[in-house]
Each structure stands twice: as C-alpha cells, then as structure tokens.
Design a binder for this molecule. Sequence first.
Ligand code: ACM
Length: 263
Amino acid sequence: MRLGVVQTSPKFGDRVENLRDAFSVMSAERADLWVLPEFFATGYKFVTREEVRFLAEPIPDGPTVEGLASFCRETGSFVVAGLPELSGDRLYNSSVLVGPEGHIATYRKVHLFGEEKRFFSPGDLPFPVIDIGVARVGLMICFDHLFPEAGRTLALRGAEIIAHPANLIIPGLAQRTMVVRAIENGVFTATANRVGTETRGEGTLRYIGESQIVSPKGEVLVRLSPDRPEIGVVRIDPLAARDKSLTSHNDKLADRRPEMYAL
Ligand code: ACM
C-alpha cells in the first residue's frame, strides 16, 4: 500500500484556504492512506476559549470532515487529520479517520500539551484501531508520542500503522521518540507535522516540520524538510508489522510482564 504524510502551513482561522492548500499539495501523488497535521484546517495557537468554540466543529457533521470525505470519495483514499471538536459544551483536540464512505472513527487527544489545557477537555475515548482493508490503523495525536503507553495500547489492539497528526515545536524530540515507538511495538509510524510560525496573543510558536514515516525496524523511510509544505509517500507492506519477533526466543508483545509493571 502507499502511505503518505502531508506537511502544510495553515493560516490561522482560514478553513477554506487550508483545506484547499492541503488537497492541492496532495494532488501531486496518490496514496491509500494520508496523514495530515493536528488542527490542519484551523491553525493551533488559540488565544481564547471563545475562539476555539468558533472554529471547532461537531464530528462527523462539520465542514472539515465533509471536505475530507469528498476528497476520499474522489480519490478512493483514506485520511487521518486533526481538528478541534465541539461536543455539547466540551472542546476536544481530536483526529478523525475518514474514507470513501465518509467518517469512520474519532480519537480525542488523551495527553494535552501546554496551553491546550486551558481550552480542551482531555480525551475520554479509547485509543482506536480500525481495519481499513489494506491495513489496521491506530490513532494518536502529537504529545501522545512521549507516552509509551499510547503506542503500546495501539499495538496491543492490533495497529499496524500509527497515524500521528502533530504540531511539533521542540526540535528533534518526536522525530526520535516515534522511531522508538516504531521499534518497541513493531509498527509503522506516520507523523504529519506542520511548518511555519504563529504569532498570536503572547509569543510566537515555530513549527518544526520534519514529518516522517518509520518502519517497524525503526528505519526512517521518509523525512520531510523543516520549513516547506510538501508530501512524502512511501510504499509499505503493513504485514511487516505482524512480525513482533526479535530473536527466535523473543517477541516484543508476548514477552511483556504486565504483572511486574503495577506500582
Ligand atoms: C503538541 O502536542 N501539539 C506538541
């Protein structure tokens, strides 16, 4: 199958243009599964809760999921992408898996980063793994990379690919942790980060790009630039993630000793 990461430079608050820019860069190649950044259609650096509320959407009945579904219908592909979700009175930092038939699954970020804690409720849904036919896809978002439990939970649930929308700002950190997540779980990881800067309220955030796809052996199959909107597509065999053996005596999942991990 063909797995793609999409690196964009969203304009804050301009959903229509951000969707158009993403689809434009994606039109250069074909992929079975695309991963887009966290908050790819809205921008990230919110200043007030009201602002988040204004840009957040119900899932699945919002314009971003609708736009993604049209793209998937036209191209026969699947997409994972991040967006602020409005559910009742609550706001979540969410990602969706969408396919040619429309919305398939939602994940709400479990580990909130920095200022997100001012605006969003922590995720209250299980880490999802979905069989899309060509692969079993698990979802997590950005800062979840620093918690081995997130990747491990997805691997134990059968994920072959971890789809990881991100808005990374710490150089080199997730690019390394996601190699470890891939190795320790024997899975492919696809991290889609954004580029550009946002100066809003206090301070500026600079997003570090370097979106990447990593194999179950920890090989970096593609790593994008630190500063340009672009895509990276690689051909992978998801079945490579079914083999968890390290030696003839060792299996990355079966050798676990959960009874020894309790505090
Ligand atoms: C992050 O979780 N957006 C760093």
